[in-house]
Design a protein around this ligand. Structure first.
Ligand code: SF4
Length: 906
């Protein structure tokens, strides 16, 4: 068993709140002031001390101002007993009248495993419906299904150590640099130390990840299966198959190879289908064929597809055919998006799974789980997957839903329909730590949950490593743990005994015991087994060290790699090859919607921004919703960089700032997934995304929606910098950004008729509740009527209060840069030069606008770096780091620093 941690009283080891890398954190905690300091845990095997920009900024996201602090029913504060009773009675009433399938839970990879376990137990074992699904459906359910088809178990074979053992690393559908930054740093460091290591990036976009790529295959969207079928064909043609492995440990190879050969007979055909250069395809295939230690990491670009499961299996087929699985530095490695997506898989958080890796379609599992839980009413069939679940809410089949720690009004495809579904639903309960989200706005009952820094439980990262998330701070207000809230509701519904948990260790122990329950004697054991923890006590739980499952009598210290012995978890213990053929995406571009919309993550934001947007330095990297478009497409569609574009699909529309870049493929656009109604009036990309799903996994095709684009005919562009938060109605395009020294509002619209000063003064009057000093404001103005430019600054006691700039065009000649002007809000008094600078828009002599943030760790802007490169004639990112520290902490910005180096002519 693990030894206790070495922690001083105010130093606590925990886990990052964000991605599936699952980095260890050491937090120095001051409970009196609720302040914490964060650094990477040098002993945690996921990161060995590294953190990315998001993880490093966690301390800036824990303030109480953004928190839901007490329960509410229809806008009225209530006590917990009333809230719990209302939820329990509301659910029970619907169940009594319409049956258990008329209620649902929609949960999240943000939950700790203990929360997840209790939610799943309540729904499937005691309410008697499997209508519980999770937002992990949107990120990796295709990988789950691919694993189960091939291995007979949802098990990731690899460990992170393989990143530093591989000689060829293939990154498929993964902007690792931005989405799994610490894994990317490990790959980059490994490659720098070993230049012979090759990296291949397979992605339609040229992302920051391509910074370390020896080869970038900018594949045509939706052709991954053709590429990997071509690879399998090539491996067979080049005698690169491991025949001994295939015959001893697998089945179905002949049919699979035949299907691959039928789909992709040679490099030439593959190159044509995937719109790739034939030599590049040949190079990739050749490297793969000749590199024993090949690691293929795949992520949302593979999973978020109507053929996501087949794509996963096409990759796995190539690894099985070469016997490269379960070996150091080799294997197909699905990397997960959320901190505890894997924990959700372990407890059966998906509607088509049962707890502890049991299944609806595995004989004996339903009965086994019924016995273990002594469940009075076990769900006997799979429930509705996320998209179907919200369709059922929309058409009234589901009449009560409880949404926990997620924001489906933003994140699900066809998100306007999801919004309408909740608006029409009889009973909507939302548990969240944030006080305001697009989903919470539609709740009848709001339940305040603990935030990251207050919760306790376990989480599992992409490499099957279970880590302890420890509480750093006392609960905010009346917030409670999700497992506690769910258990209280369960007890009120009459399930007192089964939910009498007092501490998360009680739940973890039960979860561990279930994983080992009837899991050794049978012919077909379950891979997920943490039975070594079945009798763990509170002290040992508190001291739990990060360990990879299985953790049982045979492997008490955990298991780094799976399938090393060639034994799998299918009925005959052999791995299964799965014959697959390339299927095009469900909806193809057409004359009305000629472009393909691809969605994805940004480096410095997380999901729907409820936490990362609280950290000013994370907002400055990409401060607005944007659409990236290739220069030729921009020309064809009349789109201009820096202006606002309207992007429309059959399902919805949005507005976003235009970025013209050749890193985007022709005939496609990219829009980030993060923006919500809380931060931008009309920029939820989920509203556009087609609600098509993979037929097996139910995962939505979030990376391929036909859209059209047009220039939004704005007649004005502007911004407001304000010391206080403002409500600004009536603006077509309005983005609100929390800055270091002030709030920043970007605006654009059509048809302003009133003089701007009149409009501004009225706006401040309307915000008087937040703006009590209005009457004492002193104003200075600048107007260039010939160019339509107007600027106004308001002062209170010589301190800058509000700055407003508006112009008919958005470029730098019309609107000044925001960063320098924002910095003036930090001054208690402005001198004459600075006052002039406000209206001229030009920094005072000796100062400069730093530009958009490149390095979030040290707050270094783009212009600062560009000026340094020019002035000091810097030639690499190490030199840049020496002068301004950019890129010397987490390293997430190194690809962007390199891109800036490339912009300066030598
Ligand atoms: Fe957190 Fe960044 Fe590590 Fe992901 S890579 S777990 S976001 S620190």
């Amino acid at each position: 068993m693990n030894k206790p941690l070495d922690s001083t009283p105010n130093t606590i080891k925990t886990i990052c709140a964000y991605c599936g890398v699952g980095c260890g954190i050491v937090a120095e905690v001051d409970t009196t002031t609720r302040q914490i300091k964060i650094k990477g845990d040098t002993t945690h095997p996921a990161n060995y001390g590294r953190l990315c920009s998001k993880g490093s900024a966690l301390a800036e996201t824990i303030g109480l101002e953004s928190r839901l602090l007490y329960p509410e029913i229809r806008g009225q504060r209530v006590n917990w007993d009333t809230a719990i009773t209302t939820v329990a009675e509301g659910f029970q009433k619907v169940i009594n009248e319409h049956g258990p399938d008329a209620v649902a839970l929609y949960v999240s990879g943000q939950l700790v495993t203990e929360d997840y376990y209790v939610a799943n137990k309540l729904m499937k074992g005691f309410i008697g419906s499997a209508n519980i699904d999770t937002n992990s459906r949107l990120c990796m359910s295709s990988a789950v299904a691919a694993h189960k088809r091939a291995f007979g178990t949802d098990t990731v074979p690899n460990c992170y150590e393989d990143l530093e053992l591989a000689e060829l690393i293939v990154l498929v559908g993964s902007n690792t640099a931005w989405c799994h930054p610490v894994s990317f740093q490990r790959i980059r460091d490994w490659k720098e130390r070993n230049p012979a290591v090759k990296v291949v990036v397979i992605d339609p976009r040229r992302t920051a990840t391509c910074d370390i790529a020896d080869l970038h295959l900018a594949i045509a969207p939706g052709t991954d299966v053709a590429l990997f079928n071509g690879l399998l064909t090539f491996l067979a043609q080049s005698n690169a198959l491991d025949q001994a492995y295939i015959s001893q440990f697998t089945e179905g190879f002949a049919q699979t190879l035949a299907a691959a050969q039928h789909d992709a007979k040679d490099c030439h055909q593959v190159a044509q289908r995937c719109r790739l250069d034939e030599n590049a395809v040949n190079t990739f295939f050749d490297w793969f064929a000749h590199t024993e230690k090949t690691l293929t990491l795949f992520s949302q670009g593979v999973n978020q597809s109507s053929s996501g499961v087949d794509k996963g299996n096409a990759i796995i087929n190539c690894h099985l055919a070469t016997g490269r699985i379960g070996k150091p530095g080799a294997g197909p490695f699905s990397i997960t998006g959320q901190p505890n997506a894997m924990g959700g898989r372990e407890v059966g958080g998906l509607a088509n799974q049962l707890a502890a890796h049991m299944d609806y379609d595995t004989p004996g599992d339903i009965e086994r789980l019924t016995r273990f839980w002594q469940a009075p009413k076990m769900a006997t069939a799979a429930g509705l997957k996320a998209v179907d679940l919200f369709d059922a809410v929309y058409d009234g089949r589901v009449k009560a839903i409880w949404i926990i720690a997620t924001n489906p009004v933003v994140s699900l495809p066809n998100a306007d329909k999801v919004k309408a579904a909740l608006q029409g639903c009889d009973f909507v309960v939302v548990s969240d730590c944030a006080v305001k989200t697009d989903t919470l706005d539609l709740a009848h009952v709001k339940l305040p949950a603990l935030g990251w820094s207050e919760k306790q439980g376990t989480v599992t990262n992409s490499e099957r490593r279970i880590s302890h998330q420890r509480p750093l701070l006392p609960p905010a207000g009346e917030a409670k743990a999700d497992w506690w809230i769910i258990s209280q509701v369960a007890k009120k519904m009459g399930f007192e005994q089964a939910f009498s948990y007092e501490h998360p260790v009680n739940i973890f122990r039960e979860h561990a015991a279930l994983s080992g329950f009837e899991n050794s004697a049978g012919e077909r054991p379950r891979a997920f087994d943490i039975s070594a923890y079945s009798s763990i006590d509170a002290q040992a739980y508190q001291a739990l060290l990060p360990t990879q499952w299985p953790i049982n009598a045979q492997a008490p210290q955990g298991t780094a790699r799976m399938f090393s012995d060639g034994v799998f978890f299918t009925a005959n213990r052999k791995a299964r090859f799965i014959p697959v053929s390339n299927r095009p995406p469900a909806n193809l571009p057409n004359a009305s919607y000629p472009l393909v919309l691809n969605t994805g993550r940004l480096r410095d934001q997380w999901h729907t921004m409820t936490r990362t947007a609280l950290a000013p330095r994370l907002n400055s990297h990409r401060p607005e919703p944007f659409v990236e478009i290739h220069p030729e497409d921009a020309k064809i569609h009349g789109i201009t960089a820096g202006h606002i574009a309207q992007v429309e699909s059959v399902w919805g529309a949005l507005l976003a700032r235009v970025i013209v870049t050749d890193s985007q493929q022709k005939n496609s656009v990219f829009i980030p997934m993060h923006w919500t109604q809380q931060f931008a009036t009309k920029s939820r990309v989920g509203a556009l995304v087609n609600p098509v799903v993979d037929p097996i996994s139910g995962q939505p095709e979030s990376k391929h929606t036909p859209v059209k684009i047009s220039l939004f005919p704005a007649t004005y562009f502007g911004f407001i910098l304000s010391r206080k938060t403002l409500a600004i109605p009536g603006i077509d395009y309005l983005v609100s950004i929390h800055g270091d020294t002030c709030q920043r509002y970007e605006l654009a619209g059509i048809g302003q008729t009133r003089p701007w000063f009149e409009w501004l003064e009225q706006l401040l009057r309307d915000n008087t509740a937040e703006h009590k000093t209005l009457l004492q404001l002193q104003w200075q103005h600048y107007e260039d009527t010939s160019r339509g430019i107007y600027r106004a600054a308001a002062f209170h006691d010589n301190q800058l209060d509000t700055l407003f700039c508006v112009a008919p065009k958005p470029d730098a000649d019309n609107l000044p840069q925001r960063d320098y002007l924002s910095s003036l809000f930090s001054k208690t008094e402005l001198n004459t030069d600075e006052r002039l600078a406000l209206l001229s828009g030009l920094p005072t002599v000796g100062t400069q606008d730093s530009g958009a943030t490149i390095c979030a760790c040290f707050n270094v802007g783009e212009k600062t770096i560009l000026n340094l490169i020019k002035e000091k004639n810097l030639s690499n990112h190490h030199e840049v780091g020496k002068y301004c520290k950019a890129g010397t902490n987490c390293g997430s910005c190194i690809p962007e620093i390199k891109a800036l180096l490339g912009k300066i002519p030598r």
